[in-house]
Ligand binder design. Structure first.
Ligand code: CP
Length: 292
């Protein structure tokens, strides 16, 4: 029906088709979806996902309903399911960000309009991964055989969870580095300094302090020294290698402040690509799965 809650639900061909449509929007493709109404239900703070969806909706000509939990009947105890079902009576597609992993499980299949996952807890962030893939394809023209090192708060990162699965499916070699407290049990971890000169992409992750149940057992200075992209590490990167980060960035923690906008950084390009990816995902949803 055009829902997008987890990239595992899409084939490689469907993923590539979304990237292609995003490129068409970037090249000036115009559509008129002024008869469509979209609702943005954000239960967690967001700058990039929320406002790039709003920009995408505007550029597609859609009408938009925004939502504030504190002004809704959720304060009278209404459930997420009943809130979303209510919105589905008014709009054509619903975008949801929520702090609960897999919040969408009882929505998809019951809610009669497409649901787009704008990030679920520590679970998945499918549109972020699509914009990451678009950025990588623009840079290298392929996925097969590329080496990426993802560094940081892996266990709490919905971006990492989605990227690890989809990037391996696309034939990329995915390496992970993290402090022991932020590692995922079932994965192998590598030494940042040993891998940095081997990879095509270094992706830093935000340290998600708000999700930590226990205080991190290393100081912010130690974290930056051991797991941050410092100028010394930057100098070991291959000439063609690039830096990515889903943002928001803790400048001086995951990455040295001076490197956020350096020549190898694609961090702000990722953000721009996000708007075109979200146009493609909305277009898919609003034309009921038919991208043509
Ligand atoms: N990358 C990302 O999802 O950023 P926001 O939390 O600002 O949406």
């Amino acid at each position: 029906m055009g829902s997008l809650v987890n990239l595992k639900d899409l084939s490689v061909e469907e993923i590539i088709e979304i990237l292609d449509i995003a490129e068409e929007f970037m090249a000036g493709k115009r559509v008129d979806l002024s008869d469509k109404l979209v609702a943005n239900l954000f239960f967690e703070p967001s700058t990039r996902t929320r406002y790039s969806f709003e920009a995408a909706e505007s550029r597609l000509g859609c009408q938009v309903l925004s939502f504030a939990k504190e002004a809704s009947s959720m304060l009278k105890g209404e459930s997420l399911y009943d809130t979303v079902m209510t919105f589905s009576q008014y709009v054509d597609t619903i975008i949801i960000r929520h702090d609960q992993d897999n919040f969408y499980e009882d929505l998809v299949g019951n809610i009669p309009v497409p649901i787009i996952n704008g990030g679920d807890g520590c679970g998945n962030h499918p549109t972020q991964s699509l914009l990451d893939l678009l950025t990588i394809r623009q840079e290298f023209g392929k996925f097969e055989g590329l080496k990426i090192l993802i560094v940081g708060d892996i266990v709490h990162s919905r971006v990492a969870h989605t990227n690890i699965e989809v990037m391996r499916r696309l034939g990329m070699d995915v390496f992970l580095s993290a402090p022991p407290a932020l590692q995922e049990n079932q994965e192998e971890f590598v030494d940042f300094d040993e891998m940095i000169s081997e990879v095509d992409i270094v992706m830093l992750l935000r340290v998600q302090f708000e999700r930590h149940r226990e205080k991190l057992n290393i100081s912010q200075e130690e974290y930056h020294k051991l797991y941050g992209l410092t100028v010394e590490r930057y100098e070991k990167m291959q000439d063609h290698a690039i830096i990515m980060h889903p943002a928001p960035v803790n400048r001086g923690l995951e990455i040295d402040d001076s490197l956020v906008e350096c020549e190898k950084s694609r961090i702000f390009k990722q953000m721009k690509n996000g708007m075109f990816i979200r146009m493609a995902v909305l277009y898919r949803a609003l034309t009921r799965g038919g991208l043509k």
